[in-house]
Design a protein around this ligand. Structure first.
Ligand code: BTN
Length: 321
């Protein structure tokens, strides 16, 4: 991450003269003024104080590679190759590009903004600048494609553990890939299979979007919340959250590779928002009461004719009204 951008300099919320900004950025004062106009157009409030300079008004929580690394556990710091970007099309796409030239470390890409953030089922993922966590990890797993069953559920468990490690409890998991709080979605997981390497080694990209500070969104088509909205008493710092998630993902991946989903099943069920709810699946042709997941990570319904597992995939479960 390049250190001295305009927002890095203004980030201390003091008044900076145009001249000193120009000097530190190595550009003209006119260029500084144009950059100020650009960030203001992006929704960030910067006060112009006549005769003195510019002062950042909006509280910014910028990603900072150094601060993320500082918060990583030693084992995670040794395992990951961390890249923090100002902006990217999609962090999943960036990890895919990195996997083309594989190294031994686990690539982790974070960005302050995504221009083409993607959600599941071809949906767009709202990715405003500086607001949320957009993060992708390149995972190489043994055990072929069958070994991937339950992976996204385990990642959900890792996020809940990461929140717990920050002292925040009560997050829910909605099968198969959503993170919930108070009946609303605050995050989602997008697992994309990149390909098979050799002898059953599979490469996947695990993308994680978590709404952190977001208070407005015009392009989200379902009830949503954010960490700051649902847990307003916690001082949310994206660098700390990112490090906590990386730590927990690195820890669960080892256990998942060796023992699969079954070791996480009870923990996942403890956060299941569907448990005991009347549900319908398969376009309404199947209905029953939510009964948690089986050892393969498929969702179970208790129906009039017995327990039925709904396969992970593109079948959506809904609470029936
Ligand atoms: C969902 O639809 O619920 C999954 C959303 C996943 C969004 C994340 S943000 C980081 C990563 N990059 C993307 O383009 N998508 C995932």
């Amino acid at each position: 991450m390049k250190p001295n951008t305009l927002l890095d300099l203004l980030g201390d919320h003091r008044v900076h003269s145009g001249e000193s900004l120009a000097q530190q950025l190595g550009v003209s004062r006119t260029a500084v003024w144009k950059q100020i106009r650009k960030v203001v157009a992006e929704g960030i409030e910067v006060k112009t104080i006549r005769g003195q300079g510019y002062q950042l008004v909006t509280a910014l929580d910028l990603l900072d590679q150094r601060k993320i690394v500082e918060n990583l556990a030693k084992e995670s710091a040794e395992r990951v190759e961390l890249v923090v970007l100002k902006e990217v099309d999609s962090t999943n796409a960036e990890v895919a590009r990195k996997l083309l030239a594989p190294g031994s470390a686990m690539p982790v890409v974070l960005a302050d903004a995504q221009t083409e953030g993607r959600g599941r089922r071809g949906r767009n993922w709202s990715s405003p600048k500086g607001q949320n966590l957009y993060m992708s990890m390149g995972l190489t797993l043994r055990g072929g494609f069958e070994g991937l069953s339950g992976l996204s559920l385990v990642l959900g468990v890792a996020v809940v553990r990461a929140l717990n490690a920050l002292g925040v409890t009560g997050a829910g998991l909605k099968w198969p890939n959503d993170l919930y709080a108070g009946g609303k979605k605050f995050g989602g997981i997008l697992v994309e299979i990149q390909g098979e390497l050799q002898e059953g080694q599979v490469q996947v990209i695990a993308g994680l979007g978590i709404n952190v500070h977001m208070t407005e969104a015009t392009d989200v088509d379902q009830p949503w919340t954010s960490l700051a909205r649902y847990w307003p008493d916690h001082a949310w710092v994206r660098n700390e959250l990112a490090a906590s998630v990386i730590n927990e993902v690195a820890a669960v991946m080892e256990q998942f590779e060796n023992g699969g989903f079954s070791a996480f099943r009870d923990e996942w069920q403890g956060h299941d928002i569907f448990l005991g709810q009347p549900l319908s699946a398969k376009d309404g042709t199947l209905s029953g009461i939510g009964a948690g997941v089986d050892v393969g990570g498929n969702y179970q319904l208790d129906t009039a004719t017995g327990r039925v597992s709904v396969m992970a995939g593109d079948i959506s479960l809904r609470v029936s009204v």
